[in-house]
Design a protein around this ligand. Structure first.
Ligand SMILES: Cc1ncc(COP(=O)(O)O)c(C=O)c1O
Length: 461
């Protein structure tokens, strides 16, 4: 560790940040009276900021990204070695780490075959929408161009990705949106839209079919779904949901696009979230954990059948995928991703994620017994949430200021946890816990103990 609390003076950088950096999802007025947080160094699950404070990071870089933890010199070395050899060439040509990573990735995704590189989750999703749209034009005269997305899911920040995002606080004031995207109902059983029902999963999936029939099956070409909804409230799919979704997609010839931007690369205890449910997607997108944030990389992965649609007629200049992403040609991304994948494999991090995820869920269940404010706990692997309510009977969501008081209290204790935020008017009420896949029981105990104390204080009055 190069960082010695107290011995380093970062005040100039902090002032420059205050003066010139526009932070994501942040209201800046408060930085007129308080310092913006500036992170300096990380190791494992630990982080240090410019004031020398040490934190235990329970959200993998704030947004489910640093899956293998901070300070991985082997990833830094792999990136450096690649950069001095070749940093970039447009991805109309290949590069060595890109080819090797694509092969390794496809080995983890039976049934899939092609990898398209770009830089962010939003961009990977945009590529998927373009693929679905182009197939609609080439095969169905443009008619089957509609793409379904689900209430409460998030698919990114660009205008079209936002057009498929059902979170009003992320969307409002950024319209008008891209036409041709249609919402389907959520699948959160805790807040069933159909009253109590035995087969909620099947019922929620059938609600998608209702939308398809309303719109006309010959107009719907694709559906995008998160395997486990992330920022929309850690929504795990109810039993029977995915099987029925798959049946519906097959019945109406609809391409199934699964957004694994958060769940991909081990977060849920399997390489990909959809692999828990026996589902066979046509397109899978991924970003955050692909290189654990050591370099920017995202992937849009398709089946060979989807890929074939773009090479069948070489005489037609409009038939192939006419898309480019400049920085999809950066070799640092796949170099980092390759080493990241090796670490997950060699350190058995999928197994650790399953075991530690079960432990974390058990500890959250204990908290639920103790604190009435917890209405529901949900999760898969190291991707867990606790929904806070004012009243367990009515399930009235806890007010956002209470939720924020809990996260702030944890931060004051040196533990960084997350919560759904700037997403909904009334459902910014789910605490999010997603430590790196290397975490231990001691880490989880420290995280849960911090949440326990924070809940105690937030509900004391
Ligand atoms: C499920 C999901 N898809 C897509 C995105 C967008 O990814 P990015 O911020 O890299 O564009 C996010 C970001 O949080 C996400 O949670």
């Amino acid at each position: 560790m190069n960082f010695t609390p107290g011995a380093n003076d970062f005040s100039e950088a902090v002032e420059s940040d205050r003066a010139h950096v526009w932070h994501h999802l942040s209201q800046h007025k408060r930085y007129e009276t308080t310092d913006p947080m500036v992170m300096i160094e990380g190791k494992g699950l630990r982080l240090w900021d410019a004031q020398g404070r040490e934190f235990l990071d329970a959200v993998s870089g704030g947004v489910w990204t640093v899956n293998v933890g901070y300070g991985r010199t082997s990833i830094a070395d792999a990136v450096r070695d690649q950069l001095v050899k070749l940093n970039f060439f447009a991805n109309s040509a290949g590069n060595i780490p890109g080819a090797l990573f694509a092969q390794k990735l496809i080995e983890k995704m039976p049934g899939m075959s092609r990898v398209y590189f770009s830089n962010s989750g939003s961009e990977a999703n945009e590529k998927a929408y373009k693929i679905i749209r182009q197939i609609a034009h080439n095969k169905y005269g443009g008619k089957k161009h509609k793409i379904l997305y689900r209430e409460r899911d998030y698919h990114g920040t660009t205008i079209t990705a936002l057009s498929t995002t059902s979170q009003n606080q992320r969307r409002d004031q950024y319209g008008p949106f891209t036409p041709g995207f249609v919402e389907v109902p959520h699948c959160l059983e805790y807040r069933s839209q159909f009253g109590p029902c035995e087969d909620y999963g099947v019922r929620a999936a059938k609600a998608i079919e209702d939308v398809i029939l309303r719109e006309g099956p010959d107009t719907v070409g694709g559906i995008v779904l998160e395997p486990v909804t992330a920022g929309g409230g850690v929504i795990t799919p109810p039993e029977g949901y995915w099987e029925t979704v798959q049946e519906i997609c097959r019945k109406y010839d609809i391409l199934l696009h699964i957004d694994e931007v958060v769940c991909g690369m081990g977060r849920t205890g399997k390489w990909f979230g959809y692999q828990h449910y026996g589902v066979k997607p046509d397109i899978v997108t991924m970003a955050k954990g692909v290189a654990s944030g050591y370099a920017a990389i995202s992937c849009t992965v398709t089946t060979e059948a989807v890929f074939d649609e773009f090479k069948s007629d070489p005489s037609d200049p409009m038939s192939y995928f006419r898309d480019i992403s400049t920085f999809g040609g950066c070799a640092a991304g796949p170099a980092a991703a390759l080493e990241n994948l090796r670490i997950i494999e060699d350190e058995n991090l999928l197994e650790n994620t399953t075991q530690m995820g079960d432990y974390l869920m058990g500890r959250l269940e204990e908290l639920k017994q103790k604190h009435d404010i917890i209405g529901d706990v949900r999760g898969k692997g190291l991707f867990c949430g606790a929904e806070l309510v004012s009243d367990r009977e009515t399930k009235e969501p806890a007010p956002e200021h209470i939720v924020q008081a809990v996260t702030a209290d944890c931060m004051a204790q040196g533990v960084i946890i997350g919560a759904t935020n700037r997403s909904f008017d009334s459902f910014n009420n789910t605490l999010c816990l997603s430590p790196a896949l290397i975490c231990t029981r001691n880490d989880i105990d420290a995280i849960v103990n911090a949440v326990d104390g924070a809940l105690e204080r937030a509900t004391a009055s």
